[in-house]
Structures are given as C-alpha cells and as structure tokens.
Design a protein around this ligand. Sequence first.
Ligand code: FES
Length: 215
Amino acid sequence: MTIEISRGITEATRNEMRELAARYPNPRSALLPMLHVVQSAQDEVTTEGIAACAEILEITQAEVTAVATFYTMYKFSPVGKHHIGVCINTMCGLLGGDAVYEKVAERLGATHNGPSADGNFWLERIECQAACTHAPVMTVDWEFMDDVTPESAVGVIDALAAGEEVWSTRGPKIRDFQATEHTLGMASDELATEGNSVDAKMLAGLMVAKGSNNS
Ligand code: FES
C-alpha cells in the first residue's frame, strides 16, 4: 500500500515562514527552520519551496539552494511517510549497528539516503546522535528507538508499515516525517519536549563522578 503524501506551499505555510523570518533581527537567519517547514509541507525541498524561501527572505534561489544542499537533513526527493535512521558510528557499530542497518535495508529494499521499494520509507545511515548510552540506536522521524537489535528494528518497521501505533522508547508517539518536520521548524506545537530526555543509564557516569568527588 502506498501512503498518499500532501504537498504544496499554501498561504498558511507561507505565513508560517514569514512568522519565522520575523523572529530574527536578520531574517535570513530563519532559513534553516523555514526549510524544515518546506519539508513539513512538501515531504522534500522542492524548487517551489526554495523559491518561497528566497522570496520571503529577499535572497537569491541560489543562496537558498547552497544552504539546503549543505545539510543532510534536507532531502530533494519525497521521503515518504517515515524517515528511518540507523547509527553506524563507533559505539553503535561496535554494539551491532551495522547488522541493524543491513537488516533494515534488506527489509525496506532501500540503500543509504534513498527511498524504500514502496516509497513509504526513507533510509539513512546516520552519524552519532549523542545517544551512545543506548547503542545501537535507530531513529524513526528523528525519535529514538534505543538498544535495538536487527529483529526489534525490523519489528518497528513492520508495525509502522501495518499502520499500527508505535512509540519511541523515550516516550513520544511516532507521528510521521512531515509532522516531525513541522515541530523542527516551528518548535511551537508544545511537542518538542515530549517524552524522557534523560534516564538512570544516561546519568550513571555523572553519579560515579559525583560519588568520587564526595570521597
Ligand atoms: S555512536 Fe550511535 S549514538 Fe553515538
């Protein structure tokens, strides 16, 4: 089943982009969140989205493109319903991240930085997410799935593909890529801080350090 994605830079989207531009003394400082808003509307960065950014910020389309192509979080093909990231940096790689990536790639029929065979997912090998405490980690629409195995990672994708409700191991419910992009751009929907940001395992080193300071 292919999931239909809504697209188009509407006047409402343009108003959000104008709101972002007005938050900064120099409006062009708003370009990064504006590009997230473009992705929230279009599931990718399109030429229409680039033109809208350029018009609102009164800069050239070439300047917008130069920024958008520099950062890997911006995509120039439709991402689909969910973005899947698998960390393969040192800690995750040592603890099984490479095996997780291989199984997930096989399940999706995707290669690095590309769509799944059905177009509903986007797969990306990602670098360290500062979540090494729970390595190996996978992200779904940038929400963490901690301590994954090849089997549990594929299980998450199977559940998403079946339309089941899926929750990050840190609390937030998985929505979809476009909804996450809206949170990243506007940071005003009161969801940016949903879920746990720290747990006992993450604080273990700090506790040890505090203990040794007290002795
Ligand atoms: S190496 Fe994977 S989160 Fe740090």
